[in-house]
Structures are given as C-alpha cells and as structure tokens.
Ligand binder design. Structure first.
Ligand SMILES: *Cc1c(COP(=O)(O)O)cnc(C)c1O
Length: 439
C-alpha cells in the first residue's frame, strides 16, 4: 500500500515511475491515442484512472534543501530552471499534464496554458516587446488582439506595421524591410511577426512558408519569432509549426475546449521561445485554473472526433447552402476560388474547418430574419463548440469597426458567421432551409 501523503506530495507528471510508451515497434503513437494517458501515471494518485483535480495553492517541499534548490533554479542561481511544484500561480499537476498534451498536437517541445486566449496573447506580446520595438502583424486580427497592439502596447512605445492576410512574398518582404528600418530609427528591434490564419471573417489564409522565408532573409531568426493564432483550424486542420512558425497560439475556448463551457488559452513552441513567456506568467499570473485544465484534458480526448464530425457536417451544409436561391455567396475554405489561396490551403491545411461566412441575399433585414428563424442553431458569438452557432458580425462583433474598414474587409450587413457543430447534418440542413424560406 502506498502512503496517501507520500503519493500526493510527490506527484508531478515529470516523475513518472512507469515509463510511458510513445512508440510501439518503431510506430509513433498518434495524438488521439496519447490524449488518454500522456503525462499522468495512476500509481501516483491512489490508482485513480483519471487525474484528480489538485485544488491547492501551494506544494510541500520534501525538505529544506529541496526548497532551496527550487529557488536557486527559479532565480537563475543554478542553471536548468525550477524543478517540481511550489506555488499554484507558477504551475500545478493538472496544468502540466494539459501543457504536455497540448504540445503533442502541434509537435511542439513545450506549451503554456492561460486563463483565456487573450491572456495568452497579451502575456506573450508583453514578454517579447521593449520600448522602441516594432511588431509586424497580418490583418485583420481578432479585434481584441488588434486593439491590444494598437492601443495598449503603443502606450509603452511599441509600434506596429501590418500586411493583408493574403499578402504575397514580395508584399511581406516590403513590410518586414520597412519594419526593420522603423525599429532602427526607434532604437528597438522587430520584436515579433504575429499572424492569424484564416483571418476572420474574410477567411484569407496567410502563407506561413512565405513569411518564414521573408523573416529569415530580412530579420534575425534568433531575435524575431513568428507567432500564429491557429484557433480557427487547430489543432486538427493546421499545424503551422510544420510550415516554419515558431509559436502557435490558441483560444482553447473554441474547438479545443469545444463545448462552449470554458474560457482558456495556450501557446506552444520550442522551450527557448516559451521561457520568457513562462517567466512573465509567473510574475503576472494568468495560468489556467486546475478545474479548467482538467476540463480541457477531458476535451482533448475527443477533440479529433469532434473536429472531424464538425468538418464533415460543414462540408454537407455548405454544399446545400452554396446553390440556394436566397444565398448570395459563401466564404468557406472548401470553396476557394483564388488559385494563390488554394495553393496556400493545399500546402498548409488538412481540412476546411467548420466556421464560414454566409451572405444572405438582401441587407441586415434579411440576415436578421434568417438568424431569428433558426431553430437548432443558436444565436451567439464564438465558435468551435459541439452546437451550431450563428451571428451577424456587422451588427455585433464588428459593430465598432469604422464603416470604411468594414467595407474593405467585406463585412457587409448581410454577412452571417456560422460555426457548425456535431449535430445530425441533415437536421442542420433542414433548419437552414426553413430559416432561408422565412427570409
Ligand atoms: C476567441 C478568439 C481569441 C480570444 O480568445 P479568448 O479565449 O476569448 O480570450 C483570440 N483569437 C481568435 C482567433 C479567437 O477566435
């Protein structure tokens, strides 16, 4: 019999007594297999098959020397960094298991979890920016990200330049070269190239391979990481680290959480890119709480199943909507018409996702009538949940965007944003059919 106290105080996913199989006869196990057990050994928790939720603010040291050793690591007096668990603002067993499992999906060395997607994004940007630095970003970005860069970081002397999500290598080169000059004038560096793909709601894809080639040619790859918000297609349909991005960013609130019942975020990449962000997270706070981390571990067990089903559903629904007489057009990655965008899709994506734009014939009136008549699909912002959601960006999420910018981005009053869930696809088609009939 294990002593209960010993079992609990020594638990850390880094100290598995039973070596974990990640390959069998040379076969590398797939993420969907590893989600059931990676980073957790029941032996350490009374045989509990599932990881318990560790509701504690602090962790007991085995002895004083172990306590000193930890702080030598955290303060840099001893190389190698901190070991083990000490205080819940820094980490905890649930968060560490979650982070280990998140890294697997993107093929990353390390990951960090946060209390929201925006906490992940803001702490990461703050960790990389000094006064005088320049951020280059693709546009448009998630509105809060764009606002943080333009309105908050600018208060601390950090400026930005942007290029359109669909930009060519030559256009990207021009912006990176201009950013390098601007940074030199301001006495700073280009702190980060920050991407979001596909852009919302235009669905324009960023050519990550072109951005990497441009960064490597114009900037110092050791100084300026490429980060990308992969919330719309990750972790199943896009793996941007494979195309040369350094850091992948998620709102876990969406497909990864997947049940519209939690808010969380993460970043993943090489440990050297994670370390400065971890240090700032230790200072500022913002790590996921243990309960949310546990819910995300449950979500990760079904993320592939859910995303596959949602993707198939979206394919069927979009095929129905495409030729409907009340539909003016549809912005879905399965129906790309631009050959350059199709080329990026073929190189970067393994699926078209389940979030798309539907243009209902008519104006705001027509869009509202369609939305108000839906019986299965819920009228709400957000995406990536088990249930189908629909909203009207021009009147809701993008209401504050100036009209000129809205027109430029194609955010028309008749644009409806739809995120398809895992319901029966023919039920969804019946719902969209009757709501369009009511327009
Ligand atoms: C929702 C979202 C975010 C913000 O995430 P929160 O979890 O709501 O903080 C960032 N980027 C994209 C693309 C999103 O959809």
């Amino acid at each position: 019999m294990t002593d209960a106290t010993d079992a609990v105080t020594t638990l850390t996913p880094r100290r598995n007594p039973k070596p974990e199989a990640k390959t069998i006869n040379g076969r590398e196990l797939k993420p969907s297999t590893l989600m059931m057990g990676h980073g957790y050994d029941p032996v350490l928790s009374e045989g509990s098959l599932k990881a318990p939720i560790f509701l504690t603010s602090t962790f007991a040291f085995e002895n004083s020397a172990a306590g000193k050793r930890h702080f030598e690591g955290i303060t840099g007096k001893r190389p190698g960094g901190a070991e083990g668990l000490v205080y819940s603002r820094f980490n905890g067993p649930n968060q560490e298991i979650l982070e280990d499992r998140l890294s697997i999906w993107d093929g990353a060395e390390d990951a960090l979890s946060f209390s929201s997607g925006m906490t992940a994004i803001t702490v990461m940007l703050l960790a990389y920016c000094n006064q005088g630095d320049v951020i280059v970003h693709s546009g448009p970005l998630y509105a809060a990200t764009e606002g943080f860069i333009a309105k908050v970081l600018s208060k601390y002397g950090v400026t930005y330049l942007d290029f359109a999500a669909g930009a060519t290598r030559a256009e990207i080169d021009a912006v990176l070269a201009a950013a390098k000059e601007k940074a030199a004038r301001q006495g700073g560096k280009v702190a980060m190239v920050y991407l979001e793909s596909p852009a919302n709601p235009t669905n324009a894809l960023v050519d990550v391979e072109a951005v990497k080639a441009s960064r490597d040619a114009i900037l110092d790859a050791e100084v300026t990481p490429i980060a990308i918000d992969n919330t719309f297609l990750g972790p199943l349909w896009a793996r941007p680290l494979d195309q040369g991005a350094d850091i992948v960013v998620y709102s876990l609130t969406k497909y990864v959480g997947g049940h519209s019942d939690l808010v969380a975020g993460s970043i993943a990449g090489a440990k050297r890119w994670m370390d400065p962000v971890r240090a700032l997270r230790n200072t500022m706070g913002g790590i996921t709480d243990p309960n949310t981390a546990w819910m995300l571990m449950r979500s990760l067990e079904t993320v592939e199943l859910r995303m596959e089903r949602a993707g198939k559903n979206a394919e069927k629904v979009c095929a129905f909507l495409r030729d409907h007489p009340k539909v003016e057009g549809i912005g879905y990655l399965g129906f790309i018409t631009d050959p350059r965008q199709q080329d990026i899709f073929d190189r970067h994506c393994s699926g078209a996702g389940s979030t798309f734009s539907l243009f209902v014939k008519g104006g705001e009136d027509a869009a509202f009538r369609f939305l108000d008549n839906l019986k299965i699909a819920k009228l709400a912002v957000s995406l990536g949940g088990t249930e189908t959601l629909a909203s009207c960006p021009a009147a809701m999420t993008h209401l504050s965007v100036p009209d000129e910018r809205k027109a430029q981005l194609g955010i028309t009053p008749n644009l409806v944003r739809i995120s398809i869930g895992i319901e029966d696809p023919d039920d969804l088609i019946a719902d969209f059919a009757q709501a369009l009939d009511a327009v």
